[in-house]
Design a protein around this ligand. Structure first.
Ligand code: CP
Length: 323
């Protein structure tokens, strides 16, 4: 494992009370989050895995869509920062009685929520609240728009394992069209100097993505041997109103990371997946559990990255300058 710190050459400060997307973040801002996360990761190695950075603050984890990794790691991140944490799900909230998202959020703010972490099926939901609330709003995934903390933890993991991001070739494979993870990843990785190739069927990876500074390929076998990192994405059936490929079997035969394809990767190519995995569809089960897979490292790093994001956004809202 490499130990180089994320790039700290450029001077910057963090002035964002919210984190709703990565598209507008500079390389310096991205590096500041990664450096802050590196510092917080050491907290997890201590006997007492807690710091008082958010003592007296309240975080509401408001998940209108299902989640395992993101919800639990935000809860744990807030606890490690000594914040009070409230978990809310849509089905147990007054959204079911017709209350609007804005009214729900304003009521949470009236109860002195300092930070609201929101996962929502609608693109733009986090931005909508961020513009209307004094509380910090952190996007935990909004429809097919962005999943900023997932891409930050992916970037952190790549840097941790490879010692750099600049100059690496990262392939993101699968259902790109409906993937908020792909969007946030391509914004972060291209800004940090990586070359990104999006790979999948033409129905799920249209050429329009090239306008965002990435390459598009519909031939995984041609791209495989060139990659430093391969990030497999789940097919987002829940966002698709029609079928974008003939069958899952055909998708796997053309775009799945089978054992035979994994054997054609560079020996040091990192295998990533944001989870949840559909074993045997986008990735072979043994490949997912192999030594080159860093899938569980991604989950572990999500904790430090989310601590960093909560710390930075809360500090900006409170008028503190972090640089
Ligand atoms: N990667 C990710 O967002 O997983 P969850 O849906 O379990 O949070």
């Amino acid at each position: 494992m490499q130990s180089a710190q994320p790039n700290s050459d450029s001077e910057t400060s963090w002035g964002r009370k919210d984190l709703v997307e990565l598209q507008s973040l500079s390389a310096a801002e991205l590096n500041l989050v990664l450096q802050t996360a590196a510092a917080f990761k050491t907290v997890g190695t201590r006997h007492i895995k807690k710091v008082p950075a958010l003592r007296g603050k309240t975080l509401v984890n408001f998940f209108v869509e299902p989640s395992t990794r993101t919800r639990v790691s935000f809860e744990l991140a807030a606890a490690r920062l000594s914040a009070d944490v409230i978990n809310m799900s849509a089905s147990a909230s007054s959204l079911t009685k017709g209350e609007t998202l804005k009214d729900t959020a304003r009521n949470l703010e009236a109860l002195h929520a300092d930070v609201i972490v929101l996962r929502h099926s609608s693109a733009g939901a986090a931005q909508f609240l961020a513009e209307r609330l004094e509380s910090s709003v952190v996007n935990a995934g909004d429809g097919a728009h962005e999943h900023p903390t997932q891409a930050l933890l992916d970037a952190f993991t790549i840097h941790e394992k490879k010692g750099r991001i600049e100059g690496l070739h990262v392939g993101i494979v699968g259902d790109i069209l409906f993937s908020r993870v792909a969007r946030s990843n391509l914004f972060a990785l291209t800004r940090l100097g990586a070359q990104v190739t999006l790979v999948g069927p033409s129905t799920l990876v249209p050429r329009e993505f090239e306008r965002l500074g990435v390459k598009v390929s519909h031939d995984l076998d041609a791209v495989l041997p060139e990659l430093d990192v391969i990030n497999l994405l789940r097919v987002q059936h829940e966002r698709q109103s029609r079928s974008y490929f003939p069958s899952l079997g055909e998708f796997t035969s053309l775009f799945g990371l089978t054992k035979a394809r994994a054997a054609r990767l560079r020996e040091d190519c990192l295998i990533m997946h944001p989870g949840p995995i559909n074993r045997g569809v986008e990735i072979d089960s043994d490949v997912a559990d192999s030594g080159r897979s860093v899938i569980l490292d991604q989950v572990t790093n999500g904790l430090a990255v989310r601590m960093a994001v909560l710390y930075l956004c809360n500090a900006a809202r409170s008028g503190e300058t972090i640089s």
